[in-house]
Design a protein around this ligand. Structure first.
Ligand code: ASP
Length: 313
């Protein structure tokens, strides 16, 4: 059956892509989340020929991303994805927590249409801003035949939600898919695909807490030289429900921290072991006492644990 879907919905959430600075040569001392999404779209002349709608869902520096914004975003995405006239969605986002939002949306929605996050490392007022090209590339991916799942488009590359991570604090080329490599790239407005789109089962927006209802408390702790169990015990005493540990190497833990995590697990707190290494994954053993998060980074393992706790509630 021929699809009539041609429209792209651009959802604005803030970030540096919507940031401004009084000084065009200042690439770091700007204020994020200042310009509305309609303005961002209008700043890209070729988008005038694309059937497109823009909607502001939030206006935040993504370092301050909240569960409430995630919920609102997931609901708006679910709404627009269900429309037969919509080919795909683009979300303008900050770079700081883009990878967390990407994994959250992939697990909740696992869309059969493309849901493309994009961002910028330099504000809209910079001499050489990367936002307009990234937005144009993101719209190209959102309209690409056969595209599906949650991806991030930055610096001419398409990264899958599971693999994408920010690896540099200020360079334009700041994102990587680690060992997996990008899914594809955009060459002069054409998508070149290297491997499959993200797939999976959607948990569904009904999994998310109702408006204003609290989300489970899941924290990240790190194993390091001189670590002990004090933070874990303090978190347990304050009612934490899930703990991700950013372990050393292949999921190894300082013995004092491990003892506290085992106590926490025995008392009913969910624990997930991730690695603080930039690439690779934790190769788990059959007899491991604390489950591992495979290739999910600590921040994505936190999203995973959050959703596990919501699903089991
Ligand atoms: N702090 C900004 C944000 O994440 C950084 C950026 O977008 O590059 O919103």
């Amino acid at each position: 059956m021929q699809s009539n879907a041609s429209k792209v919905v651009v959802l604005g959430t803030g970030g540096t892509i919507a940031g401004t600075s009084a000084d065009a040569s200042d690439n770091v001392g700007y204020t994020a989340a200042q310009l509305g999404v309609n303005l961002l779209v209008r700043a890209v002349p070729p988008l005038a020929d694309v059937p497109l709608e823009a909607e502001q869902v939030a206006q935040v520096d993504s370092k301050d991303m909240s569960h409430e914004v995630w919920r609102a975003l997931a609901l708006r995405c679910a709404h627009h994805l269900a429309r037969p006239d919509v080919a795909g969605i683009v979300i303008t986002h900050g770079t700081d927590t883009l990878e967390e939002t990407a994994w959250f949306l992939q697990r909740v929605l696992a869309p059969a249409k493309p849901l493309v996050l994009t961002a910028a490392m330099r504000p809209a007022t910079a001499l050489q801003s990367d936002g307009p090209q990234n937005l144009l590339d993101a719209v190209c991916v959102a309209r690409a035949p056969g595209a599906r799942g949650v991806v991030a488009v930055l610096g001419g590359q398409v990264h899958g939600a599971r693999d994408v991570r920010k690896v540099h604090p200020y360079r334009i080329d700041a994102f990587s898919s680690g060992d997996a490599g990008p899914i594809g790239c955009i060459e002069e407005g054409e998508l070149r695909l290297f491997r499959d789109w993200p797939q999976g089962d959607a948990l569904g927006v009904a999994t998310l807490p109702a408006d204003e209802a609290p989300w489970p408390r899941v924290e990240i702790v790190m194993s390091h030289a001189g670590a002990d169990g004090a933070i874990v015990r303090a978190l347990c005493a304050s009612g934490v429900q899930g703990l991700v540990v950013a372990a050393t190497g292949n999921g190894t833990l300082h013995h004092a921290l491990e003892a506290a995590l085992l106590e926490a697990q025995a008392s009913g707190v969910r624990v997930l072991r991730s690695t603080r290494c930039r690439n690779g994954r934790v190769l788990s053993a059959a007899d491991e006492a604390l489950p591992s998060s495979d290739d999910l980074t600590p921040v994505k393992a936190r999203v995973e644990l959050l959703l596990q706790l919501l699903t089991d509630a």
